[in-house]
Design a binder for this molecule. Structure first.
Ligand code: FAD
Length: 447
């Protein structure tokens, strides 16, 4: 059966509708470009809607000694010196102004009178996280979505972009399909901004949304984009056993918190508190989250995992009062609901990717090495070096979403003509989809 094909034309195609994508769409349209957002989920979607704790911006409202130079130093140190320093300078210098612009669009982050409530976070010299308690992503996306609606930004939801078109070296558009209606799209665009997020959902457990399947990396790579730092991820510990406790939210705080405050222990398959070897005085207490994660991972690689695949999170010596503690009670509630007695059936934890650090290589203007291809957010790499520490993702997504969009708008304006999409390229994409659909109907070739 022939595919029903829709041809669409735009100056700038934004792929994705998380914090990077929504910001890019707004800024590109503000810069005078005709914009179309195509997103696999609804608008908004992605991990941005789930982000919890907040993001760092050196307003100096909690401690007036803070400033962008100190923020810059913290990012470089946490990235172990591998960050693109021009990008980091641009990012830390842009985020406060952009935050104020967002506030003007209705972003409701917690303030005490005329100042942001800035809380401390691991890796940051001064309290720097601005937030809406533990629902920050929701409030950011609420403001970005309201602004997008106010500006009448066009969007195709539930539509997966599967590949990019090129005219010679230049990007000329993309193809995609709506997985609800089956419609096939050929989208002519002068510039494309990839904001497709990470690939955390490729792992069987973890806190990422299901859409985080990482095809944006492959699509950009196939179009000739350089990648950077793909070996670096931001991993965190989460329960792997019992299965009923494999939560879809960020669990790491319970582990670190209960080790530090509640006498919880981590044990390998021999029952050993293996952290005691490394830190004889303290065990695992007072470790940074990333160190804790790394050592759990190392012990698993050494073969220290239990038969269920994880390191035992032993709560035997944790005082019963912690089950009613405001910060930890939820763990016991979850266990109750899952009918798990945490003393009889101890949790086993392993590490999983929380967000990705590397990706499509961009510069401080969101440009890739492919003319007409721009990118922002978790789909990209460069600014974080070897590690994306707390509160860095959302701010980076929004800053490079905004700056990438402005650069893309200039690029699109200066192009003399729309690069073309060869009929053969569009047909090849349509054939690919037809092939996939045939497989769904049972024509899968045997291998
Ligand atoms: C539980 C959780 C809590 C977090 N908390 C924080 C926090 O407190 N602070 C912080 O800074 N960071 C936090 N992070 C990390 C941060 O949320 C993400 O790194 C960030 O939101 C990524 O934004 P993004 O716009 O790049 O991608 P996303 O928000 O993931 O959006 C990706 C978009 O691309 C679309 N898409 C993907 N592939 C395609 C395709 N092929 N075609 C069309 N559309 C496509 C998706 O549908 C989605 O709309 C958290 C992450 C998680 C999972």
């Amino acid at each position: 059966m022939a595919l029903e094909t829709s041809k669409v034309s735009t100056d700038i195609l934004v792929v994705g509708s998380g914090s990077a994508g929504a910001m890019a769409a707004i800024k590109a349209q503000m810069a005078g470009a005709d914009v179309l957002v195509v997103t696999k989920g609804p608008y908004p979607s992605g991990n941005s809607t789930k982000a919890l704790a907040g993001y760092a911006a050196a307003f100096g409202h909690a401690d007036e000694r803070d400033n962008t130079d100190i923020h810059f130093g913290d990012v470089i140190r946490n990235g172990i010196g591998l960050s693109n320093q021009i990008m980091v300078k641009t990012w830390v210098n842009t985020i406060c102004g952009l935050t104020e612009e967002l506030r003007g669009w209705g972003m409701d982050l917690i303030r005490d009178d005329d100042k942001y409530n800035q809380r401390p976070w691991e890796g940051h010299t001064y309290p720097r996280m601005i937030h809406h308690h533990w629902s920050t992503g929701k409030y950011i996306m609420k403001a970005l979505t309201a602004k997008s609606e106010e500006m009448g930004i066009k969007a195709l939801s539930h539509t997966i972009i599967g590949g990019l078109f090129k005219d010679g070296e230049r990007i000329s558009g993309a193809w995609g399909f709506n997985y609800r209606s089956g419609e096939f799209y050929v989208i002519e665009a002068k510039a494309v901004i990839m904001t497709t997020g990470g690939y955390g959902a490729m792992y069987p457990i973890g806190d990422n949304v299901g859409a985080a399947t990482g095809e944006g990396y492959a699509i950009a790579f196939d179009a000739g984009a350089e990648m950077i730092g793909m070996e670096f991820g931001h991993y965190l510990p989460t329960p792997v056993y019992p299965e009923s406790m494999q939560v879809k939210f960020t669990f790491a705080g319970y582990i670190n918190g209960l080790i530090n405050e509640g006498n919880a222990k981590l044990r390998n398959k021999n029952g050993e508190e293996f952290f005691k070897e490394k830190f004889p005085e303290t065990g695992a207490t007072k470790l940074k989250m990333e160190e804790l994660t790394r050592y759990i991972g190392e012990e698993l690689l050494k073969g220290g995992g239990n038969k269920n695949g994880g390191i035992v999170f032993d709560l035997t010596d944790t005082p019963a009062a912690f089950s009613e503690h405001p910060r930890f009670a939820r763990l016991w509630e979850l266990a109750d609901r899952a009918k798990v007695d945490l003393l009889e059936t101890p949790l086993e934890v392993s590490t999983y990717p929380h967000d990705l650090v590397g990706g499509i290589k961009i510069n401080e203007r969101g440009e890739t090495n492919v003319p007409g291809l721009f990118a922002a957010g978790e789909a990209t790499g460069g600014s974080h070096g070897a590690s994306r520490f707390g509160g860095s993702a959302l701010s980076d997504c929004m800053v490079f979403g905004a700056l990438g969009a402005e650069a893309a708008a200039v690029y699109a304006r200066e192009l003399n003509s729309q690069p073309g999409i060869a009929d053969g390229d569009a047909t090849a994409a349509a054939d690919k989809i037809a092939g996939w659909r045939a497989k769904e109907k049972g024509n899968r070739t045997q291998s």
